[in-house]
Design a protein around this ligand. Sequence first.
Ligand code: CTP
Ligand code: MG
Length: 227
Amino acid sequence: AENVHIVVAAGSGSRYGADMPKQFCDLWGRPLLMTTLERLHSSAHDARIIVVLSADMVEGWREMCAEYGFTLPHDIVTGGPSRAHSVKNAVDTLCPETVGWVTVHDAARPMVTGDMMRRLLAALDDSHPGVIPVVSVTDSIRQILPDGSSVSVDRSIYRAVQTPQLFDGHALIEAYRQEIMPSFTDDASVMEAAGYTSLALVDGDTSNIKVTNPGDIARIELNGPAA
Ligand code: CTP
Ligand code: MG
């Protein structure tokens, strides 16, 4: 069977607000995406890597790889208008006859660890076709009501969801045959909408942040050099 890492890197990084998408911004002296790919590969190396890029970044990414001597093998697929469309474009290239497990990972999360990957792989089995890493919520949470007022809620019943998420490849291919809905903010939600409701949760890692807002890359660099 062929295992695959899908890394979605076709977003524009509007909240980060740099002059190029955040996944190409400098982290430890080179484009952040290179650290994401290397750390993902180190965490589970027996998998082909597919990087999803917006069409207008494909040439630029190839130039960056040449400039920085980045030689980790990967295939390139072009992205779509939403994250789910971008994942779908990659999933649609998978071969149902040979696919094994598949991870789907945000390019904007450069801090994936081998420990986390081991927890994911250990929880994938016949009764759990998907495994997602979660962390508890540390901020207090309020629910905004239709009339604009708000109430505090019990945060202990909520978890924040990270990537990589790990799936049985056949199930993921089937799930991505459905129409893409705006509610699909991660791949677990796509699986659930397709009827795969018995997903396993494992501990994520509070260091595994998704670079989203200005300052997030600087915060990662403060935590120390690349491993
Ligand atoms: N992504 C993608 N294709 C899209 C949108 C997002 O591949 N059409 C990817 C991003 O590149 C990122 C991951 O999905 O690695 C998570 O998305 P997010 O953090 O929202 O990144 P952006 O959409 O780029 O940022 P923003 O929402 O601030 O514009
Ligand atoms: Mg986005």
